[in-house]
Design a protein around this ligand. Structure first.
Ligand code: FE2
Length: 286
């Protein structure tokens, strides 16, 4: 089954992720940052942490605040322990997803670990003005809660958020409508999907290689594929197969004032957030 129409989205850009150091010294690659790629509104940033050397990730992301945005952590390999100011504590294991809506503010730590290496992603999603100060919320999604559909013999799709191929992702009550799929295509296989219209859409490849657009644009591991307007997306795997995230979201279309882990609309709101962090009054509920 391929649910794609003739209205295919063109590939606007294929771009290699860039090495970055984050947290207390985690070596990762950054697929994009909205300050250099604003066209992916509502998405602010996508980081890919993968390494076989614990020294690259063990330092982790000790206690830090967030406000006005969401973080979506998806682990492929290895785990990440988290604990926060509203009493949540747990482990995001292989195949699990944590969808964290910071809203008015949380302070949390995220510590990746894994003796046999690590692969995971963290996507940041903006919140609209009306929801920036909502009560913070977590959705912890275990791997067996995520439907796996097989729209074709050689295609496997994990539906994490949104509806696709008759399945519905387990993430509920999304503030900003987002569809988040993990797509795996076997050697030479083809995948087609109608992404909801009007949404910013990207693919991020993390295994193998494939052709992502009608112009035959090729992308491999650590490549970000930015799609233009339209509906359908069609991908053909190379002879090594390909695996990628396919994510789309409804633009927020508001001014962004962003410093570190706080994403607001105005500079005054940013100053207030950092004043509250210093004063110890940042966390509002929980
Ligand atoms: Fe964080």
């Amino acid at each position: 089954m391929r649910d794609v129409t003739e209205n295919l989205r063109a590939v606007e850009m294929v771009r290699r992720a860039r090495p970055t150091v984050e947290g207390a010294g985690v070596n990762l690659v950054r697929a994009f940052h909205a300050q250099e790629l604003p066209g992916l509104d509502p998405f602010l940033m996508l980081d890919d942490f993968h390494s076989d050397d614990p020294a690259d990730y063990e330092a982790g992301f000790p206690s830090h605040p967030h406000r006005g945005m969401e973080t979506v952590t998806y682990m492929i390999k290895g785990s990440a322990d988290h604990k926060d100011s509203i009493g949540n504590r747990g482990t995001i294991g292989p195949g699990d997803v944590q969808w964290m809506t910071a809203g008015s503010g949380i302070i949390h730590g995220e510590m990746p670990h894994g003796d046999e290496g690590m692969q995971g992603f963290q996507l940041w999603i903006n919140l609209p003005r009306a929801s920036k100060m909502m009560a913070p919320r977590y959705q912890d999604i275990k791997r067996d809660m995520i439907p796996v559909v097989k729209p074709a013999e050689d295609v496997e799709v994990r539906v994490i958020a949104g509806k696709a191929f008759g399945a519905e992702g387990p993430v509920k009550d999304l503030v900003v409508p987002v569809e988040y799929l993990d797509v795996k295509i076997g050697p030479g296989g083809r995948f087609g999907h109608d992404v909801p219209k009007g949404r910013a859409t990207f693919a991020y490849v993390f295994e193998g290689q494939g052709s992502f657009g009608k112009g035959g644009e090729r992308a491999g591991a650590e490549d970000l594929v930015v799609y233009g307007v339209g509906a359908g997306v069609e991908v053909t795997a190379s002879d090594q197969g390909v695996r990628f995230l396919l994510v789309s979201g409804e633009p927020v279309r508001e001014p962004i004032a962003w410093r570190g882990p706080v994403v607001m609309n105005t500079e005054a709101e940013l100053r207030q957030a950092f004043d509250e962090i210093r004063a110890g009054t940042f966390v509002k509920s929980g």
